[in-house]
Ligand binder design. Structure first.
Ligand code: ATP
Ligand code: MG
Length: 445
């Protein structure tokens, strides 16, 4: 344990709502700490972007303690506590009984030993101003090292996304990755090919918003990880001598924007930066032609494969690249108004066919984890527009956890007439009405 004199975390730098949540849990007889990235950032003198809280209270109990909260996650259940426009993740100590990805509740010391790196496994008690360190994270931060908590033979096998996180922390903090860990990354890099696209997407989105993406993305390429996250981008970096430098310039501009706290960041703007060297670099993709929007969108999707980014954000990103070129593309393709080109291979009547004939789009046909990147309908839907479907820029962000977590939607989206959002809504309705046929037969509302 480290006291205030040793760790120097100033209480004034904590989020007052995070402090209140911890206090409330304590008043109700529970242990509660600030944990993870916030503690790491406070020790590094950085402003935490979110405050995660961990407690011995189980989700149902946390829910009862905070009226304004919601239990989320199917497998990994935790609680979102709402405070104004902010959302705090409150999770329960997890056990290591079934390895580091099991889901049983456990004790605080067990919880520490299933966190990925020692710099992420520190617990801060804001009431007593004490830092609790079971794994040597405090010293590792002082020594500027990203040290795994979990044994090297298991850490990446159990969750390959930890390799991305390792490189990210090393790059953002200027920390060293120990030799044996680097070796394990090289050995296990290929395991990322089997990682869940939603998890990869989650980390990719966080990286784009990190303010240091122009450093992290090349680092991922250096460690051989980019090949398995966004293979096409990695291939172009090797094959096209102009691509890498162009991407760095775009990402450096994006980072400058991202570091400006007063500016609102949108995923579509980040995606546009990442896509620009691909779509603007190749003659003809962003052009004044009948089908160029649809072609550019397909190229963008292929470029980002296997990531499953929200469709509306991707469309807005591609549209902004046309606007950069002062082009106003023809967007009627989505409704099939232009003949054969009905957009991204999703015939409008397809859902009427039997089960087993799901959409052909890569990301759409993959199972989407709970609330995943699939577009969500708005809280209130307006009247369906009869005008040509135009990709809409995402609305201003509502309450949001900074950086979406695996399998959670992080970006509010608007529905597109006849688009994936409305289909997703219909699919959901069907799911909630088990007695209904799966063929989308008309139903009375
Ligand atoms: P950042 O948000 O900048 O990536 P973070 O540390 O806050 O940093 P989160 O994804 O918010 O990262 O996770 C919160 C904490 O949960 C981490 O600090 C870590 O202790 C733990 N954690 C997250 N993902 C993993 C993982 N894949 N394996 C083990 N522990 C994890
Ligand atoms: Mg976090």
């Amino acid at each position: 344990m480290y006291t205030q004199e040793e760790h120097h975390i100033e209480k004034g730098r904590l989020d007052p709502d995070a402090l209140r949540i911890v206090e409330r849990l304590r008043e109700n007889g529970h242990e509660a700490y600030i944990v993870g990235g916030a503690v790491r950032d406070l020790l590094l003198g950085r402003r935490p972007k979110d405050f995660d809280i961990v407690t011995d209270a189980q989700p149902a109990r946390i829910k009862r303690v905070f009226r304004n909260s919601r239990v989320i996650g199917r497998r990994f259940r935790l609680v979102h506590v709402y405070a104004g426009s902010k959302i705090f993740e409150v999770s329960t100590f997890r056990s290591i009984a079934n390895g580091t990805v099991g889901n049983e509740f456990g004790t605080m010391d067990e919880d520490a030993f299933r966190r990925d790196f020692t710099l992420n496994a520190l617990y801060y008690d804001p009431v007593e101003s004490i830092l609790v360190d079971y794994v040597g994270g405090f010293k590792d931060i002082a020594a500027k090292k990203v040290v795994p908590v979990i044994h090297l033979k298991d850490i990446f096998r159990e969750d390959p996304v930890r390799m991305i996180r390792c490189v990210k922390y090393a790059t953002t903090s200027g920390f060293r990755i120990p030799f044996w860990t680097r070796r394990a990354i090289r050995r296990d890099a290929v395991l990322l090919a089997g990682a869940s696209p939603s998890r990869l997407t989650e980390e990719f989105v966080k990286i784009l918003g990190s303010g240091v993406s122009s450093l992290i993305i090349p680092s991922l390429a250096t460690y051989g990880l980019l090949d398995h996250i966004i293979p096409e981008a990695a291939r172009l970096m090797d094959a096209d001598p102009k691509f890498g430098p162009a991407l760095r310039v775009e990402l450096a501009d994006l980072d400058e924007e991202a570091r400006n706290p007063s500016k609102e960041r949108r995923l579509s703007a980040s995606l546009a930066a990442f896509l620009a060297p691909r779509l603007l670099g190749e003659e003809g993709l962003v052009a004044d032609r009948q089908d160029s929007f649809s072609e550019a969108l397909q190229a963008a999707r292929a470029f980002l494969n296997p990531l499953n980014l929200p469709r509306v954000e991707l469309e807005a990103a591609v549209l902004s690249l046309f606007e950069r070129r002062n082009l106003n593309p023809n967007l009627r393709w989505r409704r099939g108004a232009e003949g054969e080109d009905e957009g991204p291979r999703r015939p409008r009547r397809r859902r009427r066919k039997g089960p087993g004939e799901a959409g052909q789009e890569g990301h759409a046909s993959r199972p989407v984890p709970q609330g995943g990147s699939e577009p969500r309908p708005p809280a209130k839907s307006g009247p369906a527009s009869g005008s040509p479907a135009r990709p809409r820029l995402p609305r201003k962000e509502g309450p949001q956890v900074q950086g979406p977590k695996a399998g959670e939607a992080g970006h509010p989206e608007l529905p597109q007439p006849g688009g994936e959002a409305s289909q997703a809504r219909k699919r959901r309705r069907r799911r909630h009405k088990p007695g209904k046929p799966a063929d989308g037969a008309p139903r009375s509302e």
